[in-house]
Design a protein around this ligand. Structure first.
Ligand SMILES: *Cc1c(COP(=O)(O)O)cnc(C)c1O
Length: 402
């Protein structure tokens, strides 16, 4: 690190920091990949770079000017190497939110007149982007059932360009035939985009099975502490470059303080998710055996419809599950009685959260539509945290009891 005493020295006088370090294993990479080399003033932890702009250094292109909106502060560069590495991708982009990642990805990969295939139950924000916003730009989509590959060809049009899926869907935790999706997309020259927020790279790395672009709401597991909103995009350098171009114009760059917390949270991703996988499996098995519970949705249960695909694709089944209580009143009573879980939306933090999707994420839909989607008033979604599982199970037990 050069101490600048006066003036504006040219780039050859400035030390060049390297953000390209990558290691072999995921657990090492979540801690170290992309860390600045040499370290800033020797600091073990990268500081918060609360500076909108940086010294000019003979940049060859506008993109190389160092300015916060251009997503290139030292923490952005560290995070981008780290995210690319842990998702087995070439390049990554950190964004201001999961929706900034999703909207920038879709809007930069399709154009007016194009058509998309999209999984039938999507995250609410994505669904309304596809239903309400994209049609105004002349971009349409058809819903497909990921568990029924034989139905996809009928939805295809000459102008179909992209296939959009989720690794585990909300709130029923459905896992589809993602290998068939990759094969179908390659045969029909479609770009594949997956929202892998629920699976996390600890359990599943979609690029390794041939998916083109991975998006995340880093607000959830990647940061993992329920204290920031952020997003990520991972893919080939060429595609991420295109997405970055759009994202810079849409102004969806992540703020430096959020980047600092994101990097800090990401370091414990493997520890947290491995614990959440174990806790969720035990809780799902407990709930499935309780007489007050009609059914449990969790891909780690042997009789779950998505279990076969999940087993062949994932190394863990994740921390998200949902279950049907006896009726809506029983579900409401359960939410009022639990003492450890917090009754709140969102997911992926250290604390267990419980919510009724019909009263939160799917409140905007009609009761008939919710019935059709099996998102009924008695459904409770659980984001399983890292607490002591026996204590958590005892609390669920007393809250379910009549
Ligand atoms: C929360 C979430 C999003 C949106 O992310 P934000 O960070 O809130 O913008 C997208 N997809 C999934 C699966 C999510 O859970």
């Amino acid at each position: 690190m050069t101490v600048i005493e006066a003036g504006n020295p040219k780039s050859e006088d400035q030390d060049v920091t390297d953000y390209s370090q990558r290691f072999k294993s995921l657990a090492t990479n979540v801690v170290h990949a992309g860390a600045p080399h040499p370290r800033v003033e020797g600091a073990v932890v990268s500081p918060i770079f609360q500076s909108a702009n940086f010294l000019m250094a003979e940049e060859a292109a506008y993109d190389e000017v160092r300015y916060l909106r251009l997503s290139n502060s030292p923490t952005h560069l560290t995070l981008q190497t780290r995210l690319a590495t842990i998702e087995s991708g070439e390049a990554a982009l950190v964004t201001a939110s999961g929706m900034a990642a999703i909207s920038s990805t879709v809007l930069s990969l399709v154009a007016k007149g194009d058509h998309l295939l999209a999984q039938k139950t999507l995250y609410g924000g994505t669904q309304s982007l596809f239903d309400e916003d994209l049609p105004r730009f002349g971009i349409s989509h058809s819903a497909i059932d990921l568990a029924a590959p034989e139905t996809w060809a009928a939805a295809l049009r000459p102008e179909t360009r992209l296939m959009y899926v989720e690794s585990i869907s909300n709130p029923l935790m459905e896992v589809g035939d993602l290998r068939a999706a990759v094969e179908f997309a390659q045969a029909h020259h479609l770009v594949t985009v997956i929202d892998s927020t629920f699976a996390t790279p600890v359990n599943f790395r979609p690029i390794e099975i041939g998916i083109d672009v991975v998006v995340h709401s880093a607000t959830k597991y990647l940061n993992g502490h329920s204290d920031i909103v952020a997003g990520a995009v991972i893919g080939s350098a060429e595609r991420v470059g295109k997405i970055r171009h759009w994202m810079l114009h849409a102004g969806g760059s992540a703020d430096p303080h959020a980047c600092f917390l994101f990097e800090r949270g990401l370091k414990t991703l493997v520890l947290r998710v491995e614990r959440q996988n174990k806790n969720a499996q035990k809780l799902a098995e407990f709930l499935a055996a309780r007489p007050e519970v009609r059914a449990v949705n969790y891909p780690g249960l042997a009789d779950d419809p998505g279990h076969g695909y999940a087993k062949s694709l994932f190394s863990g089944f994740g921390g998200m599950l949902s279950f049907y209580a006896a009726d809506a009143a029983a579900a409401e009573r359960f939410l009022g009685r639990v003492r450890i879980p917090i009754h709140a939306a969102s997911l992926g933090g250290p604390e267990t959260l419980v919510v009724r999707p019909a009263r939160s994420s799917h409140l905007g839909q009609s009761p008939e539509e919710r019935e059709r989607l099996r998102i009924t008033d008695d459904l409770v979604r659980v984001s399983v945290g890292i607490e002591e599982i026996d204590e958590l199970i005892a609390d669920f037990g007393q809250a379910l009891g009549s």
